[in-house]
Write a protein that binds this ligand. Structure first.
Ligand SMILES: Nc1nc2c(ncn2[C@@H]2O[C@H](COP(=O)(O)OP(=O)(O)O)[C@@H](O)[C@H]2O)c(=O)[nH]1
Ligand SMILES: [Mg+2]
Length: 245
């Protein structure tokens, strides 16, 4: 990983400088807990943005918990999460899934690393073993990380995690093209553009409600995204600006 430059001469960010953003699609079983956890850990100071495609009670619950809800026809993970990161109004943007798998209590740890100078802080679910993850997904995620490591030329451990912190300026400096593979893209393009990136081990819990991702179809799309964005960025670094996807 690139070392943080520690040269950002911005002020120290606090929890009121954080936007927690997520795509939400029929997550009524989880959203109450997730947003309560965010409110507790941030003392209600963070902005919460949900880009929602649900036809259940998810958006009502989100609004009742104080979230800003942006309605969007369901078009996949990346379409929703791109909209969500772009809609964030605070200088530090933290993504999560709305399925109660990610540790909201670690939001301050992500923020602390941004304050240390990192542009991207990526939650590494595999570090602690991710026992709650279906075995097929866990194997796939290890394989994606090895594949991506080979393509970017440095070791990354979890390329498809849903929980990361980003300096908001970075989000607006890069064009995002991927849908199911957006999570990998949000890690790999910054890495290959010499932004400062580091992984942070996180716990990963069992999901509430049903997954929205088909592991086979989704896995193939993610592998293609990893290849495409890595090659595009390497060509860009060589002075060739092309879209391969
Ligand atoms: N708005 C919206 N959210 C989505 C869509 N697809 C997935 N999501 C949300 O994106 C997050 C990740 O999806 P999830 O099912 O947890 O994927 P998994 O972690 O791979 O099982 C969850 O919060 C979903 O509700 C979509 O088409 N539209
Ligand atoms: Mg999930």
């Amino acid at each position: 990983m690139n070392e943080a430059a520690f040269s950002h001469d911005e002020r120290e960010y606090t929890l009121s400088d954080v936007s927690v953003v997520m795509g939400t699609y029929n997550e009524e079983a989880a959203i109450g807990t997730v947003l309560e956890d965010v409110a507790t850990v941030t003392d209600g100071a963070a902005e919460v943005v949900c880009v929602d495609g649900s036809n259940d009670r998810t958006p009502e619950i989100a609004r009742a918990e104080g979230a800003r809800v942006i309605e969007q026809e369901p078009q996949g993970y990346g379409v929703a999460v791109r909209e969500a990161v772009l809609a964030a109004s605070r200088p530090v943007v933290i993504t999560a899934d709305c399925d109660d798998t990610y540790p909201m209590e670690q939001v301050p740890d992500f923020l602390a690393l941004v304050n240390e100078g990192y542009d991207v802080v990526s939650g590494d679910r595999l570090y602690y073993g991710a026992d709650a993850m279906p075995a097929f997904n866990r194997l796939g995620n290890h394989a994606f990380a090895l594949f991506a490591s080979a393509l970017v030329g440095e070791r990354v451990h979890d390329t498809t995690t849903g929980m990361r912190a980003y300096r908001r300026s970075l989000i607006h400096e890069i064009d995002w093209t991927e849908n199911t593979g957006l999570s990998a893209e949000l890690l790999l393009r910054p890495l290959l553009r010499e932004y400062t990136v580091r992984e942070l081990p996180i716990e990963y819990d069992e999901r509430r409600g049903e997954t929205k991702l088909d592991p086979i179809e989704g896995g193939a799309a993610i592998a293609k995204s990893i290849l495409t964005v890595s090659l595009e960025e390497r060509l860009r670094n060589a002075g060739v600006d092309v879209r391969l996807g």
